[in-house]
Design a protein around this ligand. Sequence first.
Ligand code: ZN
Length: 429
Amino acid sequence: MCRPKGSDQQVKGLSSGLSAIEASSGLVLTEKDPSAPSPSANPERRRLTSIPLTYFDASKNDPDGSTQCILLPGMKEAIYAQFGFPLRIPRLPSPAHCLKHVDGAGLGMFATRAIGAGDLICSERPLFLGPGAWVYAGARVPVGDAMSQLFQEWDEFMKIAVDRMEPEKQDAYRALANSHLHDGSPALIGILRTNGFSVSGELRKVFPSLPKDELSLFTAIGEVLSRVNHSCRPNANILMDMPSFSLQLVALRPIAAGEEITVSYTNVMGTHAERQRKLAPYGFTCTCHTCVNPALSDDRRRQLKSLQHFLTREYFDGWLNPRSSLPDDHWPKKLQEVRQLVQEEGLYETAIWSDYLARLRDVFAALGDQEKVFRCCRTILDIYSATDAYVVPEARQSAAAMYAAPSDFGFWGKKATSRPESAEKEADV
Ligand SMILES: [Zn+2]
């Protein structure tokens, strides 16, 4: 069948697929209450489209390429409504990475030079972006007849999406790893299930009505970035930059030349057993530094969770209060414990680390130490640039405001006469 290039295509037949997965898994995937419609209420209206548009006259095409997307009603318009969309994809003057064979893990990505925390490592326009709920649900429920039917149905959509890609992009998609060769997944679906990264948080920034339930997950695949291997102590994170509609790999901490660049495919705060269970559908057993000694790692992560409540503003305010009955060093010592555990476990992508940095910044502001406040602020902003999807706007504004004028904050210098020894030791952020 001949289709005009760049046109949108109606994606039909999803309802029966969703009903099938509901029947097999007990999950509620379709809207039941017609009086409370949501963007996913009518899956029949999802559209297959190219972003940016492609033309028969290739000279008119976006030089950064185009992504095949399956989107909800209104989502495409919201993406195009961004100022100046699409912005050029940021590129490095020279590559900071290379792809190399890794024993037992196919290709992996390695740093070709030293990379700083918060630095962009690699960016690309995704090959595909679309709903991922059925992908994740598929990983959680047994593959029975109903799932097979759903996969076959989605395989038809993926065939259309892949067929719309440029020939070399079609080859790139088909060359990606597939860890679902023996569970009934058709090849194109298996590749999507193996290589997709969640982009729901980023999509929600331009399309706020995207529900926050796991059935509204969206996933994207990158020709290069889907090659990055997993670690439970990742040194980088992949995010979707919506203004340039690009996947971007950003360093979470300094990375040495020659070091493998890794991201996490699962919640790094889970226990060893939970992580391995979540990673099983990817067809490997993680043997990262953390997984080599699971008892020690589980204990440290449990300790971290138990310390998390010390990172609230409430504890900082208590520390500031001159009538507090606690020794001046009590709370800063708790911060020190958090820092040590995060560093031992390599958990720089977690909210615990950015919350810790924010409280440390507040401590130095209360001590009136401008240089250390600035260092904390720079580290926080580096982390925020690497974990963009999880950062609430208020936290980013607060970090930027403190960086611009630390002495404007009400607690500036309030503890200037008190310099707890443990806070001094924290200086090297
Ligand atoms: Zn691991």
